[in-house]
Design a protein around this ligand. Structure first.
Ligand code: SF4
Ligand code: SF4
Length: 196
């Protein structure tokens, strides 16, 4: 509830700081179209220069031939969630409900059960995340005292034919693995190679 109140206050503040031209909306639409057109024309110009060999590298936005080519991801990018395991293979999660409580989209549902281990006391019997509602804010990762939920799978292509298909259960979340993380410097170097 506290998080939702904070979001409402932030939205009200933003409304209060908007000037007449922003509130009129249509001028912002025209400005957006102008920016898009400007980038389109300048990119087209540089692509033609490169095509005729007048320039060797492209100084502006490259065209990435998705899905054959994928854009390089920054190491800190928040991607699909996963649940981490302990060394013995059991979930690190202790079902404290911190992530479920802090989630602004209310898309985490945990059912806890007791365990005999006095150091853990609880574990999740079920742990569902409705990715269709998730806003990828990362609050759940920040709130977790056990470092049990992470957003480092490198998976961004998430789709389903049904809403139910977007709900990931505990087995799916535990089966996901982290992507090979690169440093910022490595990403910059690979990005430069891609632009050549
Ligand atoms: S990243 Fe998604 S699941 Fe995690 S707190 Fe934000 S909205 Fe909720
Ligand atoms: S905050 Fe971490 S330990 Fe607590 S329920 Fe969520 S994933 Fe589990």
């Amino acid at each position: 509830m506290a998080v939702q109140n904070t979001i409402k206050v932030a939205a009200r503040r933003r409304e209060a700081t908007q000037g007449f031209w922003e509130r009129a909306y249509i001028f912002e639409v025209i400005r957006g179209l102008w920016i898009t057109t400007k980038h389109f024309v300048s990119n087209l110009y540089y692509h033609i220069l490169k095509l005729f060999g007048i320039i060797k590298t492209h100084p502006l936005t490259p065209t990435i031939q998705y899905p054959e080519e994928h854009r390089l991801l920054a190491p800190r990018l928040r991607t699909l969630h996963r649940l981490a395991r302990r060394e013995d293979g059991s979930p690190r999660c202790v079902a404290c409900m911190m992530c479920e409580t802090v989630c602004p989209a209310l898309c985490i549902k945990i059912v806890a059960e007791e365990v005999e281990n006095p150091y853990i006391e609880k574990r999740p019997q079920s742990f569902d995340i409705d990715i269709g509602r998730c806003v990828f804010c990362g609050f759940c990762v920040e709130a977790c005292p056990e470092d049990a939920i992470r957003m480092d799978t490198g998976i961004l292509e998430i789709a389903s034919y049904s809403r139910a298909g977007m709900v990931l259960d505990i087995d799916t979340l535990l089966a996901l693995r982290p992507t090979a993380m690169r440093t910022d410097k490595e990403v910059d170097e690979l990005q430069k190679q891609l632009l050549e």
